[in-house]
Unconditional design. Sequence first.
Length: 315
Amino acid sequence: MRLVEEGIKPTFGGHEKFVFRYGWLKKGVDALSENPAIFTDDKALVVLGVGKNMVRSIRHWCLAAGLFEETRGKGPVRGLQLTDLADRLVTDNGWDPYLEDTGTLWLLHWQLTSNLTRTLIWHLTYCAYYEAEFTKKQLAAFISKQLDHRKITTTVGTVEREIDVCLRTYVTAMRGMTAEAISEETLDCPLAELDLMRFLPEDSVYRFNVGRKVTLPTEVFGYALLTFLPTIAGNRRTVAVDDCIYKDGSPGQVFKLDENSVIEYLEALEELTEGRLRLQDTAGLRQLYLEHDSDGWFRTAALELLGRHYARSGN
């Protein structure tokens, strides 16, 4: 199962209870670009203009979003370097350094829910929890059971804190709050704009917003799909369409799409990829046919789709 692959060792608490803010990812990328050791440097507080806990949080979110990657090095602290995605997306000449394009927010959501090391709770919440409506307590019970099943040891308090930050990543925190109650920890995350999840205060429940996502670009869906397919296709040239909709970690689950919406995206991608991804219906079985030369094609084609989106949107 892709839920938690063998050998994955998740970490918790790196966010320091902060969701990421507008400007944080750009700050982190710029700082690391200037000084590869900035996050172990006392000057980080001055360079980033935030407190010590927020420095650690920025580091965490850049790792979780796939903008930083750890490097092998001497000593207990591993080095960091920018990823190819960071270079393309968030550097000064990148596609969208200031997250002005809603497609970038969808891309970051995909990145977080795909990261089983840094944001496992995000993955489990969006990819493995199938209740449309839930309380924090119900989600916590599910998450704890999943962690126990995978022999991942943690505490009830840790699970509750992770869930709290996960929910605040997507739900406006300050609605109905008094001025006195607003703090650094309650400021909203950009991903709240996606309206993937809503809080119903009268019942104290959260609800996934399942269905068509009018702001999700076809190219970003395509990037997610081409990232997902190698994890399930193996050497096969066909994949069941239902796997793209319902399987753990699929774009259908991560983006909370209904069946018709996924089919529409797949039809649009058939044209965008010039038939390299192609819908087939054989004896009532809907399949996605993959015409590719090598495993490397998926990564190349995924990045090409992103480039086309940002070129089309003027970035």
